[in-house]
Design a protein around this ligand. Sequence first.
Ligand code: 1HN
Length: 344
Amino acid sequence: MEQLARLEDLPVTYVDTLKQNNLVPLWPSLRNVLPPVKPVPLTQAIAWKFQEIKPLLIEAGELTPIEKAERRVLVLANPGHGLDNMRATSVIYLGMQLLLPKEWAPAHRHTPNAVRLIVEGENAYTTVEGQKCPMSHGDLILTPSGLWHEHGHDGDEPVIWLDVLDLPLVYYMEASFVEGGECQPVVSVLDKPRYGAGLVPTKHHIRAETDYPMLRYPWAEAKQLLIDLAKEQTDAPVQVAYVNPETGEDCQKIIGYSALMIRPNETVQLPPRSAAQVFHVIEGQVELKIDAQTFALDKADTACAPCFAAVDLINHSSEACFIFVADEAPIQKKLGLYSVRERR
Ligand code: 1HN
């Protein structure tokens, strides 16, 4: 591609006059905004070790009372985007949240979509629009855009979970805001999986009035499905997507969620895709290769891979490894931006 003229190639007085009129010449920046062949992402391949995060999170519990934090979170910030921008990728926000016994994080609702993936601890819960969702290790709980949600804790050990939000995108769109509220009356307890038998409540039912008929995806169910699939299916990857059970579509509109099983001593090669991805180890250990970089991930560790990265997941152990994946595919597909390439 032809080298284009630079800003320095223009007379200073001309550039100054452009500035005074709020005008910018395109050609000096054209190759930056339209890089050849593939994007040049700010998102860096990076991993966060839970062992490093946990003591700092527990310390945050001593330093800042929940009333002064509202949500006690350490944000997993990608240095490629600048730490202050609190982004893991251009679309995905990640945080580790701590709730101590008897603490309560008050109800609010906001435009960004969130999910929680429970990392450690028992007997905390999130109430979403009056539906109380118990939290156990590996469970996925949705708090979609506009739904009231609060967190409480009836147990006696700290509870830690991973928050995943589409905040960077929604904030960029100048669409991010919150409303505060009171404690919600609990109308039901989602302590058992619904929809598992392929049945739906018939009351007024053609399709649920909400886009989010399922708010809690228990890990025990997802894990069993992966184990059964791994026996039936000979190839890789063994992967299940978290979907809206009524429509079969992604469970949220912007970020996609799935779970992967890496069999003992198996290597899974993922093709380069236009969507950046996040990996979080629910159980086991895995070596994660992102292009030329290698990360050793243990239980509860989290990593992200930029767009079009070649990703290898290598399980050196004799135990299966289970990984939670978040990616930007749903929003990219809706916008016609999604693509997959061959591994080279
Ligand atoms: C939020 O509402 C929660 O409800 C956690 O637990 C993290 C990060 C940014 C914006 C809203 C929560 C959040 C958040």
